[in-house]
Write a protein that binds this ligand. Structure first.
Ligand SMILES: Cc1cc2nc3c(=O)[nH]c(=O)nc-3n(C[C@H](O)[C@H](O)[C@H](O)COP(=O)(O)O)c2cc1C
Length: 229
């Protein structure tokens, strides 16, 4: 374990030295490079249940949520026949949506997204993140999703550090009711994300995504003011 010490300056004076009992560079690396994995999902290598359980445990315990106000559930599907049915709904939604889209950005990504749609049920596990309640019944939709979605991202990170890849998908929601019927998910449960889970093939050499400079999206005290102005 690495111990990093950092000196912090607040208003020009040095504050208490902060000791981190983890390797900050590694944590930053995982945060920056946890990417969508589709073509590198290893459909042949079994995933031990315990790795999924550990990742869910981390997701449920570590993600911010207002004291469990909205209970979160993870539906783990490993049965081949059920995966085939759920995968079929996902593929159908793809074909009705992105698969028939003519927008250029979707066209660029279509081969990898299409590859996933064709093969999703070959993933050793399909995991559906869901939560109790319905956003429409909540006074604030953002409040509802704010309590539940961080756990989905934590789940992705926890998978990553176990050598597992996934991708955040939601196409299945078009068939949420049909999927709920197959899986016996009660009416008061909302599905959010469907994660295909598999070990990733090859090395852990993911690069950060190519996103615009963050500066233009940071506003200090007044909208549109950034530190480089
Ligand atoms: C709400 C939401 C729904 C998404 N649904 C899907 C989906 O159904 N299928 C898919 O292949 N990608 C889907 N994506 C896209 C990927 O999760 C991811 O954002 C995209 O591939 C870019 O990831 P990358 O920068 O790591 O490559 C969705 C993303 C979001 C935010």
């Amino acid at each position: 374990m690495h111990f990093l010490s950092r000196e912090y300056f607040i208003h020009g004076t040095m504050s208490t030295e902060l000791i981190l009992n983890y390797d900050q560079d590694s944590v930053n690396h995982v945060l920056r490079t946890t990417r969508s994995v589709r073509k590198r999902l290893d459909f042949e290598r079994p995933v031990p249940d315990v790795l999924i359980q550990e990742s869910i445990d981390i997701a449920l315990n570590a993600a911010p949520g207002a004291a469990g106000m909205v209970p979160i559930h993870f539906m783990v599907i490993t049965d081949d026949e059920i995966k085939r049915i759920v995968g079929g709904f996902y593929r159908e939604a793809f074909l009705e949506g992105i698969g028939s889209s003519s927008s250029s950005s979707q066209r660029i990504k279509k081969p990898t997204i299409g590859y996933l749609a064709e093969n999703i049920e070959r993933s050793p596990a399909l995991v559906i993140h869901c939560a109790e309640g319905n956003p429409e019944d909540m006074p604030q939709t953002a409040g509802y999703y704010g309590q539940i979605l961080p756990s989905a991202w934590s789940f992705m990170l926890a998978l990553r550090v176990r050598g597992l890849g996934t991708v955040w998908t939601a196409l299945h929601l078009r068939y949420a009711q049909e999927i709920a019927d197959v899986l016996g998910i009660p009416n008061h449960i909302s599905q959010t994300v469907l994660f295909p889970v598999a070990f990733f093939k090859g090395e852990d050499n993911f690069s950060p995504p190519n996103r615009p400079e963050s500066q233009q999206f940071i506003h200090w005290n007044q909208w549109g003011i950034n530190h480089t102005d």
